[in-house]
Ligand binder design. Structure first.
Ligand SMILES: Cc1ncc(COP(=O)(O)O)c(C=O)c1O
Length: 421
């Protein structure tokens, strides 16, 4: 069945908001998407019917365990992993600090860590913090013309001294999708651990941790229709051996050994509902015939197949919209679009600057018309510094989500044009 954006939109109560008489157009997805009603219901239902701490011998605690276990399976279907390889936490930044602090306890002779210039600070700061433990941090260059990583530089910096190579799947600043499969393979050839930040990518395409052969991968449910929680995937054997900081009384088995303290149960319940939403998109609009049933993929659960089909259906819907957005913005006088060249893999997130108008002024003028876009560096601070845009207040970022429409893009282009006059 053809993708029906009205069907999608009807599920998101927030889309009925108006601003100064204008319908809200949510282009702020890379900062966090809106949530469908079923996610809101799951959060409320958990709090109303199952609210308790986990691990007890009474009804609501047992319900809580069930909710968390089911959510772990749902997230495993989202990532293509086993449920025991999925850990929940506060957010990706905090989980990356946990991971970095644990890996920083490794006592071997590998004393170098690779980060990149294109990454969000969440995947830089925690590794840079290891400098005080004697680690040397090596930074992979980004080509400022193309906003892509310099793969030669990456290759030349990897060595037998590299303990960890940390990089993003896609840039939340400009939408560049990196060749993570190749980067992981090269990291492994050097004997290093590959850590992938998939926070921005997660909304824009299916993730397959087995295909990628990634060691650790992180994402945040609030970027793909869920509540504000973080998710860490770790290969079972690595997670089991990771020298985590944990309490004496905390379970030592995977994945619990990295889950410190009480989790956000209602958020986890909502995250599972977000996965169900994606599976529903796959069921209705996905091309299930095209989702592999052979090779290792033949072992996929029915929900994994639906999730992959759903992600692909949303991606297909967004592609022509992204094209229109890119072409439309590029055609506006005084507007400069930043991002990868045509043909390079990218998400539907498009960033630009207006000559002579600071980014926050552009964003607030659009905001007055009910058009929600982010301005600034979005914590992709190194990238924005290198583009020389800090003095102008950074970039204006337009992020497409599966509920955005062509008419909304027309409004955005028209208003941006007006700002430049
Ligand atoms: C690419 C990327 N990495 C990491 C993060 C940080 O995620 P969290 O807010 O869950 O810590 C973000 C948030 O915007 C992001 O876009």
């Amino acid at each position: 069945m053809k993708y029906d954006v009205d069907y999608i939109r009807n599920q998101f109560p927030a889309l009925s908001l108006t601003v100064n008489g204008y319908p809200a157009a949510y282009f702020d997805g890379p900062g966090g998407t809106q949530v469908p009603q079923r996610v809101i219901d799951a959060v409320v239902d958990y709090l109303a019917c199952s609210n308790a701490n986990a691990g007890g011998s009474f009804l609501t605690s047992r319900n809580s365990d069930k909710v968390i276990n089911e959510a772990r399976q749902a997230m495993a279907d989202f990532l293509g992993s086993g449920p025991d390889e999925v850990a929940f936490g506060q957010n990706t930044t905090t989980m990356l600090f946990q991971l970095a602090l644990a890996l920083g306890r490794e006592t071997g002779c590998r004393k170098e860590i690779m980060i990149t210039e294109i990454d969000h600070e969440a995947n830089r700061g925690p590794w840079l913090a290891l400098e005080e433990r004697g680690f040397i941090i090596r930074e992979v260059k980004m080509d400022t013309e193309t906003c892509t990583l310099d793969m030669e530089d990456y290759r030349s910096k990897l060595s037998g001294k590299t303990l960890v190579s940390a990089f993003n799947y896609a840039s939340n600043g400009v939408g560049t999708v990196s060749d993570v499969k190749e980067m992981i393979c090269l990291a492994h050839e050097a004997g290093a651990i590959a850590v992938v930040d998939a926070v921005h990518f997660a909304l824009h395409g299916p993730i397959d941790v087995r295909f990628l052969d990634v060691d650790y991968l992180l994402c945040s449910a609030y970027k793909f229709f869920g509540p504000h929680i973080g998710v860490l995937y770790g290969k079972r054997d690595l997670l089991a051996a990771l020298p985590v900081y944990k309490l004496r009384v905390q379970a030592d088995s995977v994945p619990y050994r990295i889950e410190t303290g009480t989790l956000n149960h209602e958020g986890i319940a909502g995250a599972a509902a977000a996965i169900e939403f994606i599976a529903d998109v796959g069921r209705r609009f996905g091309n299930l015939e095209k989702v592999a049933k052979t090779g290792s993929d033949a072992n996929w659960s029915e929900r994994r197949r639906l999730v992959v089909a759903g992600m692909k259906a949303m991606e297909l819907y967004e592609q022509p919209l992204a094209e229109k957005l890119l072409n439309g913005l590029s055609a506006i006088r005084k507007v400069k679009v930043y991002g990868p060249p045509k043909g390079h893999p990218r998400t539907s997130t498009v960033s630009f600057a207006v000559d002579g108008v600071p980014a926050d002024q552009v964003a607030s003028a659009l905001g007055e018309k009910g058009i929600f876009v982010w301005d600034g560096h979005f914590y992709a601070a190194r990238l924005v510094e290198l583009l020389g845009l800090m003095p102008l207040g950074g970039l204006v970022r337009v992020g497409l989500s599966p509920y955005n429409t062509e008419a909304e893009i027309d409004r955005l282009l028209e208003e941006t044009c007006r700002i430049t006059l």
